[in-house]
Ligand binder design. Sequence first.
Ligand SMILES: Nc1ncnc2c1ncn2[C@@H]1O[C@H](COP(=O)(O)OP(=O)(O)OP(=O)(O)O)[C@@H](O)[C@H]1O
Ligand SMILES: [Mg+2]
Length: 279
Amino acid sequence: MAARPLRVTGGARRFGARGQQFTVFEDLDLEVQDGEVVVLLGPSGCGKSTLLRIIAGLDQLDEGTVEVAPGEHGRDVGIVFQQPLLLPWLNVRDNVTLGLRYRANRGAKEAGLVDRTLAEFGLADLAEAYPSELSGGQAQRVSLARTVVTRPRVILLDEPFGALDPLTRRSMQQWLVGVQQSLGLTVVMVTHDVEEAILLGNRVALMSPSPGRICRTWSLGSDAGEPRQMATLREEVLRTYSEVASGGPLSAPDTALASAGAGGRGEATRPLPGVSPTQ
Ligand SMILES: Nc1ncnc2c1ncn2[C@@H]1O[C@H](COP(=O)(O)OP(=O)(O)OP(=O)(O)O)[C@@H](O)[C@H]1O
Ligand SMILES: [Mg+2]
């Protein structure tokens, strides 16, 4: 039985002064299995970034619990934002090395680990380059390398490809699938792009606003059913998304999808996954 590295139970977060509080989300439950990729979708302001920040330990729940199974070095969660946030006066190698500066395990192995990570991320030739010399896609790869070099069990990605052009974005998505699978990473990713969610997720979770909640999830299994067009799932997710965004009631899940393949992240690397709405 796989370990359960991440679980949010009954999570609520409220902002504002007493008496004028507003609830960003409540009764929020999320469980992410070891090695799973869960993609969060939801209208602006429903609390996706707030949830990631809480899982990362940068903010706290007002109610409920967050459980992250400790890795080798304690609570092992890394977070990557939409902007790479590299230090402009450090070259690529030193920016990635910076990820290790705050770790208990820094020391003699540091240089070897950084160089290995640069190679894994296709950045070896850019090790001496400075951020101003990198393309957006390269800079975001450095940002991911800086997080992955610490070998976290869980990586949180908040719209990591949102600032990239469509072609770079596409190649980064394919690259991420490869890195995630080869390193066995557990990933929670936020995006506004339904296709990206279907392409990258083992599971897609849709959040509703006011207050935020995970109102529906779709599992993209690796072994269920016949291959079917990605468009079918995209249509169902978009329809549910628009119901959620307009505050209307949710229609029943499309049971026809329960045994349907959806295209998706497995296209390049494994058989087409099946899809089943799970809530
Ligand atoms: N530190 C804070 N203090 C007060 N309000 C906050 C704080 N952080 C977030 N909020 C509010 O919480 C709500 C959710 O914000 P959050 O950034 O999590 O949304 P989001 O789902 O990530 O939106 P987007 O898709 O636009 O990135 C927003 O109304 C935001 O203004
Ligand atoms: Mg956000």
